[in-house]
Design a protein around this ligand. Structure first.
Ligand code: CO
Length: 214
């Protein structure tokens, strides 16, 4: 017996349940994956991507990090993005934040955490640039939630500023990038209505020449 035996036990029950409903499920899935959606979300344990949208294995390609940030120097996120767009050919990219995000909350304060301070700096910059909007949102909780929304909107733009997404658009591949936010208190998703599906919707300075046909 080990401390984690219960997880293996849960896993066996989970696999048995799925196989009972569809005996060929794992066999079929193991030979290929063709998800339509790429999910970029927070690593928070309360925001499990597949469960929230009730999708089965094979239906959602997922990248998660602290506070769902997309930055152009993060090879991990960019590799997921490239694989999702160029190999799996996902149709939709969903950046999904959540209200009450601990990373966003930390970025609004002055406490240092060590290495993750560098990561959260990206959110601190958004906070600083848009502090008026954030402060007008109301009390402390409303301010955090406002910055959670603004962070999602910024990350949607960051996805669109990559040569991966712009290159796909140039090749005629249909991709829409969406910004959603999840409510920890009610389990519901909200569409922030900031979807982008063409290079014309991006500020000119971020349009890459090759992707924009000059
Ligand atoms: Co979070």
């Amino acid at each position: 017996m080990t401390e984690l035996d219960h997880l293996f036990e849960k896993n066996r029950k989970w696999a048995a349940n799925i196989t009972a409903k569809d005996p060929l499920f794992f066999k079929t899935l193991s030979s290929q994956q063709s998800p339509q959606y790429l999910w970029i979300g927070c690593a928070d344990s309360r925001v499990p991507a597949n469960e929230i949208v009730d999708l089965m294995p094979g239906e959602l390609f997922v990248h998660r990090n602290v506070a769902n940030i997309v930055i152009p120097s993060d090879l991990n996120c960019l590799s997921v993005l490239q694989f999702g767009v160029e190999v799996l050919k996902v149709r939709h990219i969903i950046v999904c934040g959540h209200y009450g995000c601990g990373g966003v909350m930390r970025a609004m304060g002055n406490e240092t955490l060590g290495l993750s301070d560098y990561w959260l700096r990206h959110i601190k910059d958004i906070y600083h640039l848009r502090r008026q909007e954030v402060h007008q949102a109301g009390g402390e909780e409303e301010r955090v939630d406002k910055l959670c929304e603004l962070n999602v909107m910024e990350q949607v733009q960051n996805v669109c500023r990559t040569n991966i997404v712009q290159g796909a658009w140039e090749r005629g591949q249909e991709i829409s990038v969406h910004g959603w936010i999840y409510g920890l208190k009610n389990g519901l998703l909200k569409n922030l209505n900031v979807s982008v599906d063409s290079i014309q919707q991006i500020p000119p300075v971020y349009r890459l020449k090759d992707a924009d046909n000059g």
